[in-house]
Design a protein around this ligand. Structure first.
Ligand SMILES: Nc1ncnc2c1ncn2[C@@H]1O[C@H](COP(=O)(O)OP(=O)(O)O)[C@@H](O)[C@H]1O
Ligand SMILES: [Mg+2]
Length: 246
């Protein structure tokens, strides 16, 4: 369903005098199937958010291509309603002056022309919020509640794939588990695929079927989550030992 093929991405260095570019992604290739949850684990600065922007078609790669259902994500029209996203920084990813109602309905409009308030309420219930939240603004919600609204918005456009870029990383530990369980249930109910991008190995292992270990813009290793204790590369061993030892 999702195919990332030999993707390279660089950014211009801020230094005006050098022609050198900052290579962020080097020859990244992987694919994922429907109903799969694939984790991308990497340290901060390893290029994960850059990769998510390429997959969402927000930016274009220097070389290589990203295909969803064999079509390039460069085509915004084709992509609409097929892939959506939940980001880490929920305060900036949601319009502060829009009510929960407007946020969800705007997203619903992408997939169909007619919608109603009842559907918005049903969706809100699915993410664990009651009807009382419908006309609230983001500043009247807790961080966890805003993130639930962002998840509802991501589902409202009826996507096949949701890119979750550090989606739970800003939340308190206890709320993280609740949101991960919510994501697991929604995935089953709506037959979703998740690309779960994180620096948090435990969260990734909890929710993902497969994992990609990512370092300095390159794929180090691809494994099934059940094989987490048998990773081959030194970097993966280092990364997992630190977590699995405790
Ligand atoms: N728009 C941009 N312009 C220049 N450099 C960028 C841009 N976006 C990201 N980078 C650089 O790319 C690298 C990877 O960043 P990012 O993809 O955000 O990593 P991660 O999400 O894994 O923390 C960093 O060195 C960052 O400074
Ligand atoms: Mg990031």
């Amino acid at each position: 369903m999702l195919e990332v093929k030999n993707v390279f991405k660089s950014y211009k260095k801020p230094d005006f005098f050098t022609m050198k570019r900052n290579m962020v992604l080097h020859d990244v290739s992987f694919s994922m199937d429907e109903n799969e949850c694939l984790g991308i684990i990497g340290e901060s600065g390893s290029g994960k958010s850059t990769l998510s922007r390429l997959i969402l078609g927000i930016e274009a790669p220097d070389r290589g291509e990203v295909l969803i259902n064999r079509k390039s994500v460069k085509n915004r029209r084709e992509r609409k309603g097929i892939v959506s996203a939940v980001f880490q920084d929920y305060t900036s990813s949601i319009n502060p002056s829009a009510t929960v109602h407007d946020t969800i309905l705007e997203s619903m409009q992408i997939s169909k022309t007619k919608f109603n308030r009842q559907e918005a309420i049903e969706l809100l219930n699915k993410v664990g919020l009651s009807e009382d939240y419908l006309y609230r603004h983001p500043h009247e919600l807790s961080g966890g509640e805003v993130q639930r609204v962002c998840i509802a918005r991501a589902i409202a456009s009826k996507p096949m794939l949701i890119v979750l870029d550090e989606a739970i990383s800003s939340l308190d530990a206890s709320i993280q588990v609740t949101i991960l369980d919510l994501l697991k249930n929604l995935k089953k109910e709506y037959n979703l695929s998740y690309l779960f991008i994180t620096h948090d190995i435990q969260a990734a292992a909890y929710i993902c079927d497969k994992l990609i270990i990512f370092k300095d813009g390159k794929i180090v290793e691809k494994i099934k989550t059940e094989d987490i204790k048998n990773v081959k590369e030194d970097y993966s061993k280092q990364l997992f030992n630190a977590v699995l030892a405790v």
